[in-house]
Write a protein that binds this ligand. Structure first.
Ligand SMILES: [Cu+2]
Length: 144
């Protein structure tokens, strides 16, 4: 009896089991000044599975466009580079944070107040998607 129930669960829910290999912690969008045309989203993504995973894109219904970016300093000049793939090795975490990797959210459909929720959909190279809800938070200045 027990065995047949387990077999049934495994046959019905293969996609859910795969999605369980990735976790996203502390998704947040720093509160931006009114009228800002670009916001950033930060989080930490962890691959708890045993196969490499690659983030290849993101969609955000509340924005006109969303891209994966990385901030870099090249010859003393701060720049942002579009990333087409971010690899997350088995057992590893990748942090999207101020001054590094971030999700660039362009042209919000509406201004966002502190505490608002921003839905994001992360897309992976294996065709999987992961829905994440980021919270708009005031960032402490000077804490980098
Ligand atoms: Cu950017």
């Amino acid at each position: 009896m027990k065995r047949s129930l387990l077999a049934l669960a495994l046959s019905v829910l293969p996609a859910l089991a795969a999605a369980g290999d990735l976790t996203v912690d502390h998704p947040m969008v720093p509160l931006a000044p009114p009228g800002s045309m670009a916001h950033a989203a930060f989080f930490t993504i962890t691959n708890t599975g045993d196969t490499p995973r690659s983030l290849i894109g993101v969609t955000a219904p509340g924005y006109h466009m969303a891209h994966i970016h990385r901030s870099e300093e090249i010859n003393g000049v701060a720049t942002m580079q579009a990333m087409h793939q971010v690899d997350i090795a088995p057992g590893q975490s990748v942090t999207f944070e101020h001054g590094g990797l971030h999700i660039m959210l362009m042209h919000p459909a509406a201004p966002l107040a502190e505490g608002a929720e921003v839905p994001l959909e992360l897309k992976f190279a294996n065709g999987e998607t992961l829905s994440v809800t980021a919270t708009v938070m005031r960032m402490m200045h000077g804490s980098s």
